[in-house]
Design a protein around this ligand. Structure first.
Ligand SMILES: Cc1cc2nc3c(=O)[nH]c(=O)nc-3n(C[C@H](O)[C@H](O)[C@H](O)COP(=O)(O)OP(=O)(O)OC[C@H]3O[C@@H](n4cnc5c(N)ncnc54)[C@H](O)[C@@H]3O)c2cc1C
Length: 520
């Protein structure tokens, strides 16, 4: 509608020449990203030249031109893009007019991610539930074009050497426990999947500055968006000078969410006295196992990224993290190898022959991984990326919804990364919210109504709080170095290793199923 009086012009965007169109009121341009992408993976990433385009709106100067959307997603990170992709994939919601607002250049650039590039240190361990969510909306096929590493085994132990637990996908008759994927691959895959759909979406390369909500008015959900009285919609003002109206504003803008703040939603939580240092490393042998060792200062994880690459997530006191970030490579690698094996305490003894001692009476029901001996993780030989440091906190929004506003992902909750659950919880939010929006559309409700959005909140809040409690409990249990407690933890390692129903429940829960890990 903005291009009716357009004339063709040439624009420069980040050093590249692109063809665009201009009107006196609106600057908008469309372009086919394949022009800039020579990698073979680009064949799927933008295979349909009519659909695989992104429209960028830069400016409008008249109130009449302020566009109206069904859904405005503030934040095009992994979780915001998952919601956009999920809405684009469902028959009931694909017709919705969706705006995505984010100034992250990754959403604008079509530079190909090459498999031979060194792995990015920012990775996520995604659960089988997330993989199936991605599969259902058609996004997993894009992940598979890039580097990703499934793992089917996991070993967890601590510095006391008193016990260890081995997990195997075979314990639950599955093929994998999870998959490690670079964050940029997850985000790009969702973007490509959305672009290849025939849904209506527009990306604003900008940031939310302010928001006006008219709390007293209501809409008829069946009305066409363009016939709605504008005063009943939320109005968003962006840093680029653009404004837009929306029936529903989704805050997917991370832990410091501006949407949450503008909607007046309070949070509960605390900072952990720990920072996480992350990086990619190389080792001599291939690695297909996820390793986690709890040290006095916090856990260290070695996550497979395919072949001889793995990712380190090492939690420690903030001062120590700052020092370790700056130390030379040789000293850092030595410290990592000590943290993963021969420093901070003894290796646990493999007690396969003793049948689990205290738990030997459960021998008949032993999960297959209970027979596996303790293994030493691969030796790290090289740093393959920069080291990055992140502060850690637990935060939970007191409510996820208010009139015309809903929060998802880290805007609603942040957790300790010790079990790699944060973005999986966010994907759970995106999946649930898109289903609730579809339900609203099917019965002609106003999708910005609190009564509809509360269905999403009641489903996700319970699940998220339960997961937060488990993760915070783990963090606290390992923050104390006290003899009797150490023995109790060792007993817990043994218990989990040998008590099959408990082990199966833990695996299922960590895989994204809703049940809290108790005996079934
Ligand atoms: C060290 C570490 C390791 C982790 N490992 C794992 C793991 O293995 N598995 C796992 O599940 N989780 C993991 N997590 C958690 C995971 O990274 C987060 O849960 C996830 O990044 C949250 O995604 P999000 O899209 O909700 O928010 P974000 O990734 O924070 O994205 C928010 C987006 O909003 C945009 N934005 C912000 N403000 C505005 C504004 N005003 N206007 C417009 N846009 C805005 C930003 O540009 C950004 O693109 C880890 C976290 C850390 C710190």
């Amino acid at each position: 509608m903005y291009l009716s009086r357009a004339r063709k012009v040439t624009w420069r965007w980040e050093g590249r020449v692109v063809l665009g169109r201009i009107t006196p009121k609106v600057y908008a341009w469309r372009f086919d990203w394949r022009t800039f992408c020579s990698d073979t993976s680009g064949k799927l990433l933008g295979s349909n030249s009519n659909q695989a385009t992104t429209e960028l709106l830069d400016k409008q100067d008249s109130t009449n031109d302020v566009p109206q959307y069904d859904v405005a997603i503030v934040g095009g990170g992994m979780v915001g893009m998952a919601l956009a992709c999920s809405l684009a994939s469902m028959p009931l919601t694909k017709h919705l007019n969706v705006a995505i607002i984010d100034s992250n250049p990754a959403l604008m650039s079509r530079d190909c991610i090459k498999k031979e590039d060194p792995p990015d240190p920012r990775v996520s361990t995604v659960t089988p539930a997330t993989i199936s969510f991605f599969g259902g909306m058609g996004a997993w096929q894009y992940v598979q074009l890039h580097r990703h590493a499934f793992f089917d085994r996991m070993q967890v132990w601590d510095y006391t050497g008193l016990g260890y637990t081995r997990y195997s996908a075979r314990d639950v008759d599955k093929e994998v426990l999870g998959c490690v994927v670079e964050n940029k691959v997850l985000q790009r895959s969702l973007l490509s999947c959305m672009e290849d759909s025939d849904s209506q979406k527009r990306i604003y390369p900008s940031r939310l500055s302010s928001m006006t909500l008219n709390l007293s008015s209501s809409l008829s959900g069946s009305d066409n968006i363009s016939s709605q009285p504008r005063t009943s919609l939320a109005k968003l003002n962006l840093s680029s000078g653009n404004s837009l109206y929306a029936k529903l504003v989704v805050g997917a803008d991370g832990s410091k969410s501006h949407v949450r703040e503008l909607a007046g939603i309070r949070t509960t939580g605390w900072k952990y006295p720990q920072n996480a240092i992350i990086c990619t490393v190389e080792h001599t042998e291939d690695n297909w196992c996820a390793w986690q060792r709890f040290l006095r200062s916090g856990p260290i994880a070695l996550l497979p990224m395919g072949g001889k690459y793995s990712n380190i997530v090492w939690t420690m006191d903030p001062k120590e993290a700052a020092d370790r970030k700056l130390m030379n490579e040789a000293d850092f690698l030595k410290a990592v190898n000590e943290a993963l094996d021969n420093g901070h305490g003894p290796r646990p003894q493999s007690d396969v022959t003793s049948g689990g001692g205290l738990f030997s009476w459960l021998k008949a029901d032993k999960a297959s991984s209970a027979n596996e001996p303790f293994e030493v993780p691969p030796k790290i030989t090289k740093l393959a990326s920069d080291r990055m440091v992140f502060p850690l906190s637990l935060m939970h929004a007191n409510t996820y919804v208010s009139k015309r506003v809903v929060l998802i992902g880290d805007a609603a909750h942040t957790v300790h990364p010790l079990a790699g659950q944060g973005v999986n919880m966010g994907f759970g939010d995106a999946c649930s919210l898109s289903r609730v929006i579809a339900e609203g559309v099917s019965v002609g409700s106003d999708i910005g109504e609190v009564s509809l959005l509360k269905r999403y909140e009641s489903e996700r809040k319970a699940a998220n709080i339960a997961m937060m409690a488990v993760l915070d409990g783990f963090q606290k249990a390992y923050s104390i170095d006290f003899g009797p407690l150490n023995l109790l933890r060792a007993a817990a390692f043994h218990g989990v290793n040998y008590i099959s129903p408990l082990k199966r429940n833990i695996i299922s829960y960590a895989s994204g199923e809703q049940r809290v890990p108790l005996f079934s």
